[in-house]
Design a protein around this ligand. Structure first.
Ligand code: ADP
Ligand code: MG
Length: 336
């Protein structure tokens, strides 16, 4: 059999073509932050799944079980926020290696007593429950190689509030709801073995899903497209542009970079702009909107980072960074 290595997005495209077709006409499947199914008259059901894998997404010596519980659900709720919806429930599937609590709480108990694992689970669930979203099911299994968490979140959205990646229009402005690059800065600090700033570690370990922001943006008819930023704003903006058949100009000077990240980047010789554009796991919302909304967007504290322009036949997805990014590759983060 011919073996061809696929990138993450090529694999998703193959899955979509081979297994994602034949849906009822009023269902929306692969391609946006959530699948969208009819729910009641005027409302749709949102469905999204995200996994966290030990070693890939988290390390037990860098994160507490409470933080892991928060993050595992937060990254899913962020996708509900990205569609303009409100979360209503979640499902939790966990694969646990034996003795997980002992690895998590080094030095506490060496002999496999179940109390320590109970403490780990209690803390994980305290984090997971912190959003007040009911857990309605899941699966529990043993794992040979580290902890795996697979979570499905369900949300509801009024149809008139539903925002897709495909709605961006030439002439729109582009906004983001929070800091870019902070989580990537936190990860870089941990990888370099340095302690820098609490805010960067908090951004990495306990991201806040931007649910109020998503609900507000959803309620604005002038907001045309939205997604959450999980893989770096440059790559994620490209998803909106491609889905909408448009291009963009981004003003690198406008990227919202926290003062902590600026300070730490300067001190350690990191490129904060690069972290803001390509670092993963920001979990802020990225949206495009009618310029008539500009003042209200600014009053919300959101940052305008650029504008949507028409694409030539061969340039949907193209981002012009104003020539300030020589030599840097801003394609965004792919897991493969
Ligand atoms: P997000 O970062 O918002 O979770 P992704 O970039 O992971 O989105 O995925 C893009 C789209 O591809 C989403 O609609 C997602 O549901 C879909 N997708 C990703 N992986 C798979 C898979 N293994 N099978 C089916 N659909 C997938
Ligand atoms: Mg998303």
């Amino acid at each position: 059999m011919r073996s061809t290595k696929l990138g993450e997005f090529d694999l998703i495209e193959l899955i979509r073509r081979r297994a994602g077709t034949g849906l009822p006409a009023d269902w929306e499947g692969i391609g946006d932050d959530c699948a969208v199914l009819p729910w009641s008259s005027g409302e749709s059901l949102l469905l999204t799944t995200d996994m966290l894998v030990e070693g890939t997404h988290f390390r037990m010596d860098w994160t507490t079980p409470y933080q892991l519980g928060v993050k595992a659900l937060a990254v899913n709720l962020s996708d509900v926020a990205a569609m303009g919806g409100r979360p209503v429930a979640s499902l939790l599937a966990i694969g646990l290696p034996p003795g997980v609590g002992h690895r998590a709480e080094r030095g506490v108990g060496q002999g496999g007593d179940r109390g320590v694992e109970m403490a780990w689970a209690e803390e994980f669930l305290r984090g997971y429950s912190s959003f007040g979203v009911p857990l309605i099911g899941g699966d529990t299994t043993a794992s040979e190689n580290g902890i795996t968490l697979s979570i499905t979140a369900l949300g509801i959205v009024e149809n008139t509030h539903l925002k897709r990646r495909s709605g961006a229009q030439a002439g729109d402005l582009i906004g983001v709801t929070g800091w870019l690059g902070s989580a990537a800065g936190g990860l870089k600090a941990l990888q370099s073995g340095i302690y820098e700033a609490d805010s960067l570690l908090e951004a990495l370990h306990t991201p806040r899903p931007h649910l109020p922001e998503g609900a507000w943006l959803g309620a604005q008819p002038g907001v045309h497209a939205m997604m959450d930023v999980s893989d770096g704003v440059a790559g994620d903006l490209r998803h909106i542009l491609k889905a909408s058949g448009v291009a963009a100009q981004v003003d690198l000077e406008k990227l919202p970079i926290s003062s902590d990240l600026q300070r730490v980047a300067l001190k350690n010789g990191w490129n904060a702009t690069e972290l803001a554009l390509t670092g993963g796991e920001d979990y802020v919302l990225l949206f495009t909107f009618d310029p008539a909304l500009k003042q209200q967007i600014e009053e919300q504290g959101f940052t305008i980072i650029g504008r949507v322009v028409s694409a030539n036949a061969d340039t949907p997805g193209r981002i012009d960074f104003g020539g300030e990014c020589n030599g840097l590759d801003f394609r965004g983060y792919s897991h493969f």
